[in-house]
Write a protein that binds this ligand. Structure first.
Ligand code: ADP
Ligand code: MG
Length: 326
């Protein structure tokens, strides 16, 4: 099992930011309303995620570290319409096989918290403990047993920047959840829960800058069960950076050639001079129309009808852009 976990770790645990993505997904799947991330050394020395979600029962704690022991899928049918961010049951065992992992959790309605500490896939402590409802996962000694991986890590500031990017992405996809990120004692990102349109716009401004908001248009369009909404950067804002393009499919950050092509084509069609427009876009569609089980890190998707999605994106964006022209 240790070997299989280490192989899986090669696919899902590339660096601190890939661990952070998985831990955030777990907290979000647990229904957390408030998530606090604490880093030291850009996440290389310490990466901790604390949430106020449903927690894990003491007896289930060892299970969380067993490969493919996900609590989120119950049938093959579930796999065709995945409603949670995680579903493979691979992340925690993979992380635990290449780092020291410490979980402290108190399940909803259970009066006893429990703690499990694992190093290199072997449990070293399993004890009763105390905390409020929710879960804290703490990762230290990353890649202590995989020197080859350690070599590929960058310096702390670069890893910190990647972690911040992952948190910004999560913050844009989950407005109603409060997110905080600390590096040592310094609060670097603070996103209070956004419950209305103004709060959501403020969060977008917090992530992409107020200036972006002033040069962006918000829109919502729906057709044939496909829904596209978000903020589209206008040509008047020309401090465009290629990495400030956020696209979410059913609240998952996604990179996909079908999407990229449709967006490019829509901008090009109206002679938009910006080659790298800024945007935050949300595509929502029935879960069975999109396969997220393409890659272990879940950053890619496959649309059942790629043509339909492409044309809907292209037409919608083209229309929004055209309406903005004087
Ligand atoms: P997956 O998310 O694919 O199910 P993971 O390895 O990421 O697999 O997590 C294993 C299991 O541990 C989850 O299915 C869930 O039951 C439990 N778990 C992990 N993190 C949390 C958390 N923050 N809150 C509650 N349960 C959690
Ligand atoms: Mg998970």
């Amino acid at each position: 099992a240790t070997l299989a976990n280490q192989i899986a770790a090669g696919e899902v645990v590339e660096r601190p930011a890939s661990i952070l993505k998985e831990l955030l997904e777990n907290s979000l799947d647990a229904g957390a309303r408030r998530i606090t991330v604490r880093l030291e050394g850009g996440g290389l020395d310490l990466l901790q995620v604390e949430d106020d979600g449903v927690g894990i029962l003491p007896d289930d704690l060892p299970l969380a570290l067993e490969r493919h022991a996900t609590s989120k899928l119950h049938s093959v049918q579930d796999l065709h319409a995945i409603a949670t961010l995680g579903f493979r049951g691979e992340a925690l065992p993979a992380i635990a096989s290449v780092a020291r992992l410490d979980i402290l959790s108190k399940a909803l309605g259970c009066n006893q918290a429990a703690r499990l500490q694992v190093a290199g896939g072997v449990a070293v402590i399993n004890e009763a403990a105390a905390r409020g409802p929710g879960t804290t996962v703490r990762i230290t000694e990353l890649f202590f047993n995989v020197p080859a991986r350690r070599k590929f890590l960058r310096a702390a500031p670069a890893e910190l920047a990647r972690n911040q990017k992952v948190l910004r992405q999560a913050a844009l996809a989950h407005f109603s959840v409060a997110f905080h990120l600390y590096q040592g004692p310094r609060g670097l990102l603070q996103f209070p829960a956004a419950t209305d349109a103004q709060g959501r716009a403020e969060r977008v401004g917090g992530v992409l800058g107020e200036e972006f908001l002033r040069h962006a248009v918000y829109f919502e369009l729906e057709d044939q069960g496909l829904r596209l909404s978000g903020w589209l950067g206008l040509p008047t804002y020309n401090r465009a950076r290629g990495d400030e393009q956020y696209f979410f499919v059913n609240q998952r950050p996604v990179r996909d050639p079908v999407i990229t092509h449709a967006v490019r084509a829509a901008y090009a069609d109206v002679l938009y001079k910006e080659r790298h427009p800024l945007f935050v876009l949300y595509l929502n569609l029935a879960p069975e129309l999109v396969d997220v089980n393409v890659h272990p890190a879940k950053a890619e998707v496959r649309f059942r009808d790629a043509r339909l999605v492409h044309d809907f994106l292209f037409r919608s964006l083209q229309r929004v852009i055209a309406e903005q022209r004087p």
